[in-house]
Write a protein of this length. Structure first.
Length: 288
């Protein structure tokens, strides 16, 4: 299938932001943050493999606005400790903002804090890619740096197929499988000796040869491309918000929230492993 992305959407998603302070997004976009491996129990899902976590209230708000979002698993704690977790999501980025985190200020650690706006999709039981809606993906320090590298590699690995089968459409118009995959966690050592640690950075699913079939499968479609351009246009002030970028304090520490809820996440909620889509090797747990 020949893919042609409407140029007004290409231009819309590529717009630069305006400058302003204290801005909130004018649409619902739940925030999910990256969480590293913190358990040695394989049945603990994201806490064993690494992946995404989201407060239950944010998840519920997203579902009310955009419909069911499968493959996020329950934490059954109370109040702020309630979480949803997911090993991987399909993402089509359409805007990001970053700020520097200074180790001299409170609990902030040296490095980058990245908030990535992306249109999210999931794979249903019929192995179809189902676009869902916008989400904010929060990544910090080495995770944010690893993500930037993955985005560049995704652009490179899809380049030839995008040129041949999609008229050179930009890489962010093809859903990128982002998270953790396979049957064991992939650990990366970070820091400088003797202060090193091992973390589970996000990965992009490796397709091997990327051709027309994969391009067709992961293309967001012109309707979603239009939604991305519209959301981007509504996000310009938020993306360049000076107040956020220069803030002396971070919003509530997502990692601390997750840690507080660890003993409330039921392993039984984490064992569902949907059949992998046909473009993925047999035996790979794509969504879990």
């Amino acid at each position: 299938m020949a893919i042609t992305v409407d140029q007004k959407y290409v231009q819309g998603v590529g717009l630069a932001g305006a400058e302003s302070d204290g801005i909130q997004l004018p649409y619902v976009a739940p925030l999910a943050w990256w969480t590293n491996k913190r358990s040695n129990n394989k049945d603990d899902g994201v806490d064993y493999f690494g992946g995404w976590a989201m407060k239950l209230d944010d998840y519920d708000a997203g579902v009310r606005e955009y419909g069911v979002l499968p493959n996020w698993y329950d934490g059954d704690g109370g109040n702020i400790g309630q979480l949803k977790t997911c090993r991987s999501v399909l993402v089509a980025p359409f805007g990001a903002r970053k700020r520097w985190m200074d180790k001299e200020k409170g609990d902030r650690k040296t490095g980058t804090h990245l908030l990535q706006l992306a249109y999210i999709a999931y794979i249903d039981n019929d192995r179809k890619v189902i676009p869902w809606g916008p989400m904010i993906l929060s990544m910090k320090s080495t995770t944010a740096m690893a993500y930037d590298k993955l985005v560049a590699e995704w652009a490179g690995s899809t380049y030839a197929a995008r040129q041949e089968f999609a008229g050179g459409a930009p890489p962010h118009f093809f859903f990128m499988p982002l998270g953790t995959f396979g049957k064991e966690p992939v650990l990366t050592e970070v820091g400088k000796a003797p202060n090193t640690s091992k973390v589970t950075h996000p990965q992009v699913f490796q397709y091997g040869e990327f051709g027309e079939k994969q391009i067709d499968y992961l293309y967001v479609g012109n309707q979603v491309a239009g939604y991305m351009a519209e959301f981007k246009a509504q996000s310009l002030d938020w993306l360049s918000d000076k107040k956020w970028k220069s803030s002396e304090s971070l919003e509530e520490d997502e990692s601390a929230t997750h840690a507080a809820a660890l003993d409330t996440i039921s392993p039984a909620d984490q064992v569902f492993r949907p059949e992998p889509p046909e473009l993925f090797p047999e035996g790979l747990d794509f969504n879990h």
